[in-house]
Design a protein around this ligand. Structure first.
Ligand SMILES: [Fe+2]
Ligand SMILES: [Fe+2]
Length: 402
């Protein structure tokens, strides 16, 4: 390029690049100068797109700028000659968005300063191979970060050993500030959600404990009125859990059974003492009143949790019998819920082996014999088999009580 033309360029376009004044081919200089003239025209009409031309040697060295639109100077407060250093020194992140087909998503790759410093050469080679650059830069030159979206087409000039990047920058600061705020809000939300979940879990545990506490007090109150003891309730839970586990109930279901069984007679709270504690035989009418403890118990329990629902079922149906001779509904065989079929065997067995004001305690073998005899009459025969199969464990609970 002649000194005259170069002088004109320097003056007219504040040209501080290297190609027009260096030892590059005339063809390259001509094409570049024409491009600068065109981009300058675009810049002058106030296009929101900021045009630029950058260049670098493919075999290494820093980038330099041949041209940059006036809006970039205004935005960063820098001259063209200062741009390359500024981009190298003040870029905070470089962000790349890639569209993913399966599953449909936008993949966002963010590189921070240390990564950019390390990967500069590799990234440049990838861009050269692809013939294009597309990224969003966050850059902070004067204390207020700006985001610039960069779209560029690369031209390799092998003969001149130079790569030219014809690009456009768009100021996307507002959009990216919004995106940053959005991800901050999302992080805050996740934090609060995690806290809330912890709180709910803690409150649920507390509620559970409170519920168990109320239930156990109710159960004990009912047992005391009947002349039963706390020990009867504990043994009943243990016997039932042995049967439940051996029958194949899950750990959770067996836990529910263990805690629900003690509530079977809670309805006795509603029966008058004169009947409940009567020493002699009950009249027909008195027995009819005793029978109501199943429905009273069911009314007291239920709702709110699986535990109370199962407790309600047991309270209502623990006096039903396999052959249909029980009460209050006269259910038969598998119409009787499993939890109640288990509870009734254990309740009768423990009542037999316990001393009451009106009877002596049966011996272990005699009580086992009675349970066996009542299989298929009062009790589910399959569960009686399970009971007999687990006699060693049942005996351990029995002996601990003696
Ligand atoms: Fe009962
Ligand atoms: Fe009982």
């Amino acid at each position: 390029m002649t000194e005259n033309t170069l002088g004109y360029f320097r003056k007219r376009y504040n040209y501080t690049g290297r190609i027009l004044s260096g030892s590059f081919s005339g063809a390259l200089q001509r094409n570049l100068s024409q491009a600068i003239v065109h981009l300058e025209a675009l810049d002058r009409i106030g296009s929101p797109v900021i045009p630029y031309i950058a260049a670098w040697r493919p075999d290494g060295g820093h980038i330099w700028y041949e041209y940059a639109g006036s809006r970039l100077h205004a935005l960063l407060g820098l001259k063209t000659a200062e741009l390359a250093d500024a981009f190298r020194e003040h870029i905070i992140t470089r962000c790349l968005y890639r569209l993913q087909k399966t599953p449909p998503a936008v993949d966002k790759i963010i590189r921070d300063r240390p990564q950019l410093d390390r990967m500069r050469g590799a990234m440049r080679r990838i861009a050269e191979r692809g013939g294009a650059v597309e990224a969003v830069y966050k850059i902070d030159v004067n204390g207020s970060p700006v985001w610039l979206k960069d779209l560029a087409r690369l031209e390799m000039h092998g003969q001149d050993r130079v790569v030219l990047s014809y690009g456009s920058l768009i100021d996307v600061t507002k959009e990216m500030q919004l995106e940053e705020r959005l991800s901050e809000v999302q992080e805050e939300l996740t934090f609060h959600k995690d806290n809330l979940e912890l709180l709910v879990a803690r409150r649920t545990r507390e509620l559970h404990r409170a519920q168990l506490d109320v239930v156990s007090r109710l159960t004990q109150a009912a047992a005391c009125r009947d002349g039963d003891t706390g020990a009867h309730i504990k043994r009943l839970s243990r016997y039932s859990a042995i049967l439940g586990r051996s029958f194949g109930l899950s750990k959770k279901a067996n836990w529910v059974l263990f805690h629900a069984v003690p509530m079977h007679d809670v309805g006795k709270l509603g029966i008058d003492d004169s009947i409940l504690r009567k020493q002699g035989p009950l009249t027909r009418h008195e027995f009819e009143i005793i029978k109501t403890h199943c429905r009273v118990g069911a009314d007291l329990l239920g709702g709110g949790s699986t535990l109370l629902e199962v407790a309600r079922t047991i309270a209502l149906t623990h006096h039903e019998r396999w052959d249909g001779s029980g009460y209050p509904q006269g259910l038969t065989e598998r119409q009787i819920p499993l939890a109640s079929r288990i509870a009734s065997i254990c309740d009768v067995f423990d009542a037999l082996t316990s001393e009451r004001p009106y009877k002596k305690a049966w011996g272990f073998e005699d009580a086992v014999g009675e349970v066996e005899r009542l299989g298929n009459i009062y009790f589910d025969p399959q569960l009686v088999k399970v009971f007999l199969k687990n006699l060693p464990e049942i005996k351990q609970v029995y002996l601990r009580a003696c």
